[in-house]
Design a protein around this ligand. Structure first.
Ligand code: IPM
Ligand code: MG
Length: 351
């Protein structure tokens, strides 16, 4: 089987995690071909654009993309991978690896996945001055004067569509059925305040729940969910939520495991998926060869699953679990003293 993977190494410390992971996967001889679209600074230097058409063509021709993290110049490529490719479901697993530096007393049993709606909500990016809204003479449910008379300020649009919600909730239910573990889907929304938008998200989720009678469905107000996620994370299996809550709570979920360095992520659309760690580019540790590559490794194993290479993915995850259980080659975020290179060497030995 020959599969082509577009690699975008990303900014700051991200390439220090991506490069050894690509080298490790390559050493397994899985029939993977790596191509490197020139985006960000490289694209700008060569063609004057941070996301030239040639880079887009490379992504389109590849089976998938492995993305480091962006702090700026590769942002246009990220925008294309999300909104251009309509990768509407962002999967962010949170699974305890014995040996990881979880701050919880009893982290055993943590194994849930956040499915974050990836394209809508406040991230449609429509913002502007409040005075723009004068013609609408818009009142909110709570305020006593029209929005444009509140004072000098700005608005942002939160857009939730029926179709966008249906597809992400169906995806989440299908995932819960496939995982076949707790067979439960939890929905987290702020429907008590945002009755129109989050209220729609929840009511669509309830409708779809009727099509999955053998998956238990529950719903929490998102602030209550945040507390439960920390107090009793082992209760959850698949959790679906609108974009912004998913963005925030998936980082919090990384914190349950002790570091964002463990937070993997994959974004799935109808006909494309791409994979990236959920953490940022860690500029504070750039150039020091200490970034934890675990999030990139777990994103890459999600990618192998997507490409139909489940056996290789399971093998790598097994080896990773042994590296954590052994504990002698962990990176500083996990309380260890190993460099990224040493961690990857230990993983290669465990393989
Ligand atoms: C993430 C990141 C991105 C997001 C940023 C880099 C645009 O925080 O993947 O969670 O907000 O989705
Ligand atoms: Mg984020």
């Amino acid at each position: 089987m020959n599969k082509t993977i577009a690699v975008i190494e990303g900014d700051d410390a991200a390439p220090e995690a991506v490069r050894p992971v690509v080298a490790l996967l390559d050493s397994l001889q899985l029939g993977l071909t790596w191509v490197y679209p020139e985006v960000g600074e490289a694209g700008e230097a060569k063609s004057g654009s941070t996301f030239p058409d040639s880079a887009r063509a490379v992504i389109d021709a590849a089976d998938t993309t492995l993305f480091g993290s962006t702090s700026g110049k590769s942002g246009a490529a990220l925008g294309y991978l999300r909104w251009g490719k309509e990768t509407f479901a962002n999967l962010r697993p949170c699974r305890y690896l014995p040996g990881c530096a979880s701050p919880l007393r009893n982290p055993e049993g943590i194994d849930f996945v956040i499915v974050r709606e990836n394209l809508e909500d406040l991230y449609v990016g429509a913002e502007g001055p409040l005075t723009d809204l004068a013609a609408l003479n818009l009142f909110g449910r709570t305020i006593r004067k029209p929005v444009h008379e509140l004072g000098d300020g700005r608005y942002a649009i939160k857009a939730i569509t029926r179709e966008g919600t249906e597809r992400v909730v169906s995806f989440a239910f299908d995932l819960a059925a496939k995982r076949d573990s707790k067979r439960k889907l939890t929905c987290a929304t702020k429907h008590n305040m945002l009755r129109g938008t989050d209220g729609l998200f929840l009511s669509v989720a309830r409708e779809i729940a009727a099509d999955y009678p053998d998956i238990a469905f529950e719903s929490f107000i998102v602030d209550d969910f945040a507390c439960r996620m920390i107090r009793e994370p082992e209760r959850f299996d698949v959790v679906v939520m609108p974009n912004q809550y998913g963005d925030i709570l998936s980082d919090a979920a990384g914190g349950l495991l002790g570091s964002l360095g463990l937070a993997a992520s994959g974004c799935f659309g109808a006909d494309y998926a791409y994979f990236e760690p959920a953490h940022g580019t860690a500029p504070d540790i750039a150039g020091r060869n200490v970034i934890n590559p675990t999030a990139t490794i777990l994103s890459a194993t999600m990618m192998l699953d997507y490409l139909g290479l489940e056996t290789a993915a399971a093998r790598i995850e097994g080896a990773l679990a042994r590296v954590y259980a052994d504990g002698s080659a962990l990176t500083p975020d996990q309380g260890g003293a190993a460099t990224t290179t040493e961690f990857c060497a230990a993983l290669a030995r465990a393989l």
